[in-house]
Design a protein around this ligand. Structure first.
Ligand SMILES: [Zn+2]
Length: 204
């Protein structure tokens, strides 16, 4: 906007005549800054998924994935938690978790629990933490096809009008922000420059 105004005010009369009506009928040019987005937690961004296998220290034990730890948190039964922890795949952990009788306060605590586990996942694992921080300034959205608009954003046509909470994306961005904040300023600037994002960092 500012650029165009500047340009037109310095335009010679001749040029305006030459361009003539063409100039008047053209729609005003607007530069839209597109925000970068990671909308799939797969392939090179699979580390962002809850199904990603890594060591997570939570509830005084190591868990193979966020999914395992999260599903096990649905119950207070130590025996059932251990059964989930020892399941060989995240998919099985999810099935098992969905069959559990939920702890009574589950709805109130589930977001905090997810945050805590996701935090531990990055805090305990240097490589994953580094990968997460390298996405700074990029919006994280767990795009999916299984109609999950609570943790993510379902891309199917029947979900088009539904509100997308994208809580896993939001929690991941919150963890990222918290880790980024405690980094040295010069390193912050380097990461932001690398991502090509115009970003205002308030150093308080
Ligand atoms: Zn859907």
């Amino acid at each position: 906007m500012g650029l165009i105004k500047h340009f037109s005010s310095h335009m010679s009369k001749d040029w305006a005549i030459r361009v003539g009506n063409h100039f008047k009928t053209n729609p005003p040019v607007r530069i839209i800054k597109r925000r970068k987005v990671i909308d799939s937690f797969s392939m090179e961004n699979a580390f962002l998924s809850n199904f990603y296998i890594t060591n997570i220290y939570y509830m005084k034990r190591f868990w193979p994935s966020v999914e395992h730890a999260f599903q096990a948190s649905k119950t207070f039964s130590f025996k059932k938690q251990e059964e989930i922890r020892n399941l060989p795949t995240c998919k099985l952990a999810k099935y098992y978790g969905n069959s559990l009788k939920l702890r009574s306060d589950w709805e109130e605590v589930k977001l905090d629990i997810m945050y805590e586990i996701v935090y531990r996942k990055y805090y305990d694992n240097q490589w994953e933490m580094r990968r997460l921080i390298n996405t700074c300034g990029i919006r994280l959205v767990e795009g999916n096809t299984w109609h999950d608009n609570f943790w993510g954003h379902c891309m199917c046509s029947s979900c088009r009008s539904k509100y997308k909470h994208n809580y896993l994306g939001k929690i991941s961005m919150r963890v990222r922000r918290e880790m980024f904040k405690v980094m040295p300023v010069w390193l912050q600037d380097q990461i932001i420059k690398h991502n090509g994002i115009r970003y205002y960092i308030k150093h308080t």
